[in-house]
Design a binder for this molecule. Structure first.
Ligand code: NDP
Length: 310
């Protein structure tokens, strides 16, 4: 009998259970409400699991994140030494591309202004710039960043990307990598999209020094993690004109507290961490495939490198 435990300190996993019951018809599915004996658990399905809990599961052979990121796992200093897998999903990638494309267009084509004029019944035109003249920089050229880059290039935007290491890129995508090329990359980003994983190196990367290296008036889109952004640096950068606007989908504290200054600033567009999602059936299927591979002595397909942090 396979036993799966659904572990989260802040998320109700009820929405996942029907899909897991379909994918694992003979398994024992345990939730935080009743984990039962910890020494029976084979795999942990996680989002922000309580620290130290998995270290008490001697039979554990898989830690499965329900999202693309694993930063919520690396925060656990007692994480056991078993494969950690994340979700890589074409629907999640196309959902992210749709959100990022919308956010780029919303900024570059002044849709905020049109919404305000329409609400006031005013016919007011803003300048129209061809996409080719607008440079979009994507920080993080992984499974999501590359799909966003392709979608924006298909619309004619001038797209550049930044990764940690050099990589082969689709034709037309200008690549930069590493610290050495960061300044050059940033200097050509009229819009900067953050699609980095949250690691020691990238925590707080969206800060006032970085904003000062962007072209004046740049639009920041953060669809990575809240802690990529030094929140206290954002409004001063908008006031100083280093940034012209920000579209934020992830926050240090979620939900963003009601009194937070970001809600009240018309230059900041807040969305509630909805850039993209993975369907429960995909999470359940990837969990089953990972567990089967591990049991067959093979490497799980989307295992992450904990040393690297993503
Ligand atoms: P990947 O792991 O596939 O890609 C990460 C990319 O970031 C790689 O290109 C990597 O470089 C680059 N990178 C990592 N560290 C650095 C660094 N220090 N400097 C420069 N580049 C770096 O991630 P995904 O594309 O799958 O996901 C990206 C992030 O998107 C997730 O970690 C998550 O935070 C966020 N996300 C947000 C969602 C939302 O709804 N808002 C939903 C899903 C994900 P290299 O190619 O050299 O390895």
């Amino acid at each position: 009998m396979t036993t799966l435990a659904f572990l989260s300190a802040n998320l109700d996993f009820g929405y996942l259970l029907p899909a897991f019951r379909a994918e694992f018809p003979d398994a024992d599915l345990r939730t935080m409400a009743d984990l039962g004996p910890l020494d029976a658990i084979d795999a942990a399905v996680c989002w922000c699991p309580p620290a130290g809990l998995m270290a008490r599961m001697p039979r554990l052979s898989l830690i499965q994140s329900v999202g693309a990121g694993i930063d919520h796992l690396t925060a656990d200093p007692a994480l056991p030494d078993v494969p950690v897998c994340r979700i890589v999903d074409t629907d999640m990638a196309s959902g992210m591309a749709a959100y990022v494309t919308w956010a780029v267009i919303h900024g570059q084509r002044h849709m905020g202004r049109y919404l305000a004029s329409a609400a006031a019944g005013r016919w007011e035109e803003a300048p129209i710039q061809p996409p080719r003249e607008h440079r979009v920089g994507i920080a993080g050229l992984g499974t999501l960043g590359l799909v966003c880059a392709r979608a924006l290039m298909a619309l004619g935007y001038s797209v550049r990307g930044w990764s940690r290491s050099p990589r082969e890129l689709p034709k037309g995508l200008e690549g930069f990598h590493g610290q050495a090329q960061q300044v050059e990359f940033l200097s050509g980003c009229d819009t900067l999209v953050c699609l980095l994983p949250l690691t020691e190196e990238t925590t707080g990367i969206l800060n006032r020094d970085l904003f000062a290296q962007l072209p004046r008036g740049a639009h920041l889109i953060n669809v990575g993690r809240g802690a990529h952004l030094v929140e206290a640096d954002l409004i001063p950068a908008l006031d100083a004109g280093h940034l012209g606007a920000a579209t934020l989908d992830a926050f240090v504290q979620e939900p963003l507290p009601a009194g937070h200054a970001f809600w009240r600033d018309p230059r900041i567009l807040v969305t509630p961490h909805i850039a993209t999602r993975t369907q429960p059936a995909v999470i359940a299927r990837q969990t089953r495939l990972n567990l089967e591979r591990i049991r067959a002595g093979r490497a799980a397909e989307v295992a992450v490198d904990l040393q690297r942090g993503y």
